[in-house]
Design a protein around this ligand. Structure first.
Ligand code: DLL
Length: 439
């Protein structure tokens, strides 16, 4: 089903007109209400009345994450605090969290876009929904929760982690739809197999996976073990949380962006120039309807491409590719651009390796070096004496290096890990890359 048939199948010309009208209103709104934007516009000699159309968008300056931090906690809010009914925050690796806020209408918009995501993923009203995203300041838990209730799903607010309980609920409550991070789906799959659960007998039809990057190869693995569709959901707190875009289960070929609410562009992260359809670059989003925290040309740091071709599901909204990496994740190893996602895609085809791995990045003599640490399967581990000296392990190491050289065009150091040694998701986002360059 399509949740909002009228808006999700709007012809391009009508969508364009709606976006233009909303953009013009947004620019006047932020100029009048947010001192930061007033200063930005004045600095760039832009009057709100200059922006009449989506084609004027590229004249506006970007907003970046540090703008939110510099205005910590609430100074970018465009409404008085008494109209802010909810705040969330993302932890951030250094210092203060990034704080976001929602008015009553924003909370409604959020539930609406998430309900669309459920429909995109194949959910229907009446389904049993197990929500294994974390509840709390993280937007995943509550964001999915209210969208599910709006759609009319029976919602189990189990939150992240506690694998034994997740397994129990999956079986006893006859869950139809489950949402969690893709790395946690792998943890769950391992645990179900280890407990001897007959996964094919579970009722679950779809896993809605996001909040961190994952590859098509990982999808194949998850779908095979869990006997369900694995569908990609994307979002970020600054823009709204989960619900910015979601794949349709029919095509699983790109994530439809809720274009009546979020206006996307792809830019060259170095120059800031807008790139043509199909080119990979940094995703920039403008919120068209947000009231509490409207953002203009927000640089997400996420790398992907856009596809405006029509989709077999009937929706007209543009599709973004899965996120290929973060602008700040891109490693330049001896002049070659490398993303952790490429390494993952290359490794997942090898039988002797589990889907778990770790990457260590170091810098020696001003050159980045990368050590790849894939974990071997239990079956392989049982056949060898030692990971570093056994002939089969040495041969595997050589083979992995070869596969990586073919995939990335550069040589890496490879160290095999025993089963269980690579980082696992305990329910939230996983950290697989350890960057020792700044230490
Ligand atoms: O992760 C919101 C969310 C919750 C999305 C649940 C999907 C499901 P933040 O914590 O602010 O918000 O992190 C946002 O996570 O800029 C991406 O780098 C990454 N991310 C989110 N979804 C995906 C995805 C939530 N499907 C940051 N694929 C974003 C790849 C993703 N990366």
């Amino acid at each position: 089903m399509i949740w909002n048939e009228q808006l999700e199948t709007l012809e391009r010309a009508a969508l364009d007109a709606l976006q233009s009208e909303r953009l013009a209103a947004l620019v006047a709104y932020v100029y009048g209400r947010v001192p930061f934007y007033q200063r930005q516009f004045d600095k760039h000699n832009i009057a709100p009345s200059d922006i009449k159309d989506v084609r004027d968008l590229s004249r506006l300056p970007f907003t970046v994450k540090s703008d939110l931090r510099d205005n910590y906690p609430f100074d970018l809010f465009a409404v008085p605090m008494r109209e802010v009914l909810r705040v969330h925050a993302s932890s951030g690796t250094t210092g203060k969290p990034t704080v976001v806020g929602y008015t009553k209408d924003d909370l409604h918009t959020w539930a609406e876009v998430v309900a669309r995501c459920f429909a995109l993923s194949g959910a229907v009203p009446g389904d049993m929904f197990q929500n294994a995203y974390g509840y709390g300041l993280f937007t995943g838990g509550l964001g999915m929760h209210y969208g599910a209730e709006l759609m009319g799903l029976t919602t189990i607010p189990v939150s992240g982690g506690n694998t034994a309980r997740q397994m129990l609920l999956l079986q006893d409550f006859q869950t139809d739809i489950m949402a969690c991070t893709p790395s946690y789906a792998l943890t769950l799959a391992d645990a179900l197999v280890a407990e001897g659960v007959d996964v094919a007998q579970l009722k679950v039809r779809a896993f809605i996976l996001g909040a961190e990057p994952w590859s098509d190869a990982m999808r194949t693995e998850i779908e095979a073990v869990l006997h369900a569709d694995a569908v990609n959901i994307y979002g970020l707190s600054e823009i709204i949380g989960p619900g910015v875009s979601n794949e349709c289960v029919e095509a699983k070929d790109g994530l439809h962006i809720m274009e009546d609410h979020f206006l996307p562009e792809i830019i060259d992260p170095q120059t800031g120039d807008v790139l043509p359809e199909g080119a990979v670059g940094e995703l920039v989003l403008t919120t068209l309807t947000k009231q509490a925290l409207p953002l203009i040309r927000y640089r997400t740091g996420d790398l992907c491409s856009l596809n405006y071709a029509s989709c077999i599901c009937g929706r007209t909204h543009v599709r973004m590719s899965g996120v290929l990496g973060r602008v700040d994740d891109m490693l330049v190893i001896r002049g070659v651009n490398v993303f952790p996602s490429q390494i993952e895609a290359a490794l997942i085809g090898l039988d002797a390796l589990s889907p778990h791995y770790q990457l260590i990045v170091t810098r020696e003599d001003r050159l980045d070096a990368i050590e790849v640490r894939p974990e071997v399967t239990e079956a392989f581990f049982a056949r060898i004496d030692a990971l570093d000296t056994d002939a089969a392990a040495v041969a595997l190491t050589t083979h992995v290096k070869h596969v990586l050289r073919e995939a990335l065009g550069l040589s890496t150091t490879v160290t095999l890990l025993a089963p269980g040694e690579a980082p696992r998701s305990q329910g939230g986002k996983i950290k697989r890359v350890e960057d020792r360059r700044s230490i």
